[in-house]
Design a protein around this ligand. Structure first.
Ligand code: ATP
Length: 349
């Protein structure tokens, strides 16, 4: 059983709150991703779960044990860091075996367990090398194998892909997902990369300034962001957000006019819609504006407009072309729109 429960977990340094009242049950076998910008408290949360950071308030439970006072080594959790943390004068084999020696696992099991872990991350041909003779991707796989070999009840991974180039990041991400499918070990994974979060997670926790903004499946978070922070953080590009005025179901903001919206809110609001949900139309539409920029993405074109102080992007077919400053129209029907309170940023309805 590797359920992890955080009950109102708080970290303060003096008056500064690093993590505020983090409250969450992480299910056995779940892959949970903590997502947010630099400094939002992801690593601190992870370090508190691992026991590397004292908690100021609240409780952390691993299965049926309250572990607030338990030493990191007694928590039965394996960590994988961005910086690999390998021992330079040990071979790959010795690096992977190290946790077994520390934990005094009987020697006759070492070889089998090391080989099994090495095989899972495709490192069998590199066992005699030292870390200096490995690529970044291979080093991170050694770190993964070293975490796996312990057969812990949970994995904590802190930005494990950050030091890898874009291509390796994609393949190592797929490997991590596949490993989780095989091992089914409860995993908490920290990243500031929303694509990593969306592709890996069973559930995502979006954090900002030490406060949890939303917890949900990738689909929940994409389809129904709880506030403008989440809306502006998830998606590629992130959701378009336009400040304007809503009256009797009609939203207006300069070049944008959307009708048929809910009549339950009146006054200043932020209208959100995704680039991929809107469409370029030959005439009419809810937006009419000169093109600010056009980018070719390979499978689509991205057309941007300036609306108020913001850039609004709309995805078009890959063969669509428009000139800069050309007047273009776009359909942004009410059904694809999200409404947020312009003061608090909270989702309306
Ligand atoms: P990054 O992605 O940059 O690692 P993060 O979301 O993991 O960011 P944390 O490392 O958890 O952020 O830090 C959260 C906040 O707590 C930051 O503002 C950081 O400066 C602060 N903080 C972290 N450690 C300490 C400390 N020992 N003393 C005071 N403040 C700290």
């Amino acid at each position: 059983m590797a359920e992890i429960r955080l009950k109102n977990v708080t970290k303060r340094w003096g008056d500064f709150v690093g993590v505020q009242k983090f409250d969450l049950d992480i299910a056995d076998k779940e892959f949970l991703v903590l997502l947010g910008p630099s400094g939002c408290g992801k690593t601190t949360t992870m370090r508190m779960i691992a026991g590397l950071e004292d908690i100021t308030d609240g409780e952390i439970w691993l299965g049926d044990r309250m572990v607030n006072k338990l030493e990191p080594k007694d928590r039965d959790i394996s960590m994988v860091f961005q910086s690999y943390g390998l021992y330079p004068n040990m071979t790959v084999y010795e690096n992977i075996r190290f946790p077994l020696k520390v934990r005094k696992v009987p020697k006759d099991q070492h070889d089998e367990r090391v080989m099994k872990a090495a095989e899972m991350v495709e490192l069998k041909d590199f066992l005699d090398r030292r870390p200096a003779a490995l690529s970044g991707g291979q080093r991170q796989r050694v770190a993964l194998a070293r975490a796996i070999v312990r057969e812990p009840t949970a994995f904590l991974m802190d930005e494990p892909l950050s030091n890898l180039d874009a291509k390796l990041r994609v393949s190592t991400r797929a490997q991590i997902k596949n490993l989780h499918h095989t091992l089914k070990t409860t995993t908490i994974y920290v990243t500031h990369d929303q694509i990593e979060a969306m592709t890996l997670a069973d559930r995502v926790v979006v954090m900002n300034k030490g406060v949890v903004q939303q917890v949900g499946t990738p689909t929940d978070i994409y389809d129904k962001p709880a506030n403008t922070f989440v809306a502006g953080f998830i998606g590629s590009p992130a959701m378009n957000l336009v400040d304007g005025e809503l009256r009797d179901g009609v939203f207006e903001a300069g070049k944008v006019r959307v009708t048929g919206l809910p009549t339950t809110h009146n006054g200043k609001v932020t209208l959100g819609f995704r680039a991929e949900d809107a469409t370029i139309v030959p005439e009419g539409g809810e937006l009419s504006a000169p093109v600010y920029s056009m980018e070719l993405l390979g499978d689509a074109s991205m057309i941007s407009f300036r609306v108020g102080g913001e850039l609004v992007s709309i995805k078009a077919a890959k063969d669509y072309r428009a000139e800069i400053d050309e007047q273009v129209h776009a359909a942004i029907p009410a059904e694809i729109c999200h409404l947020f309170d312009s003061k608090t940023g909270a989702r309306l309805g």
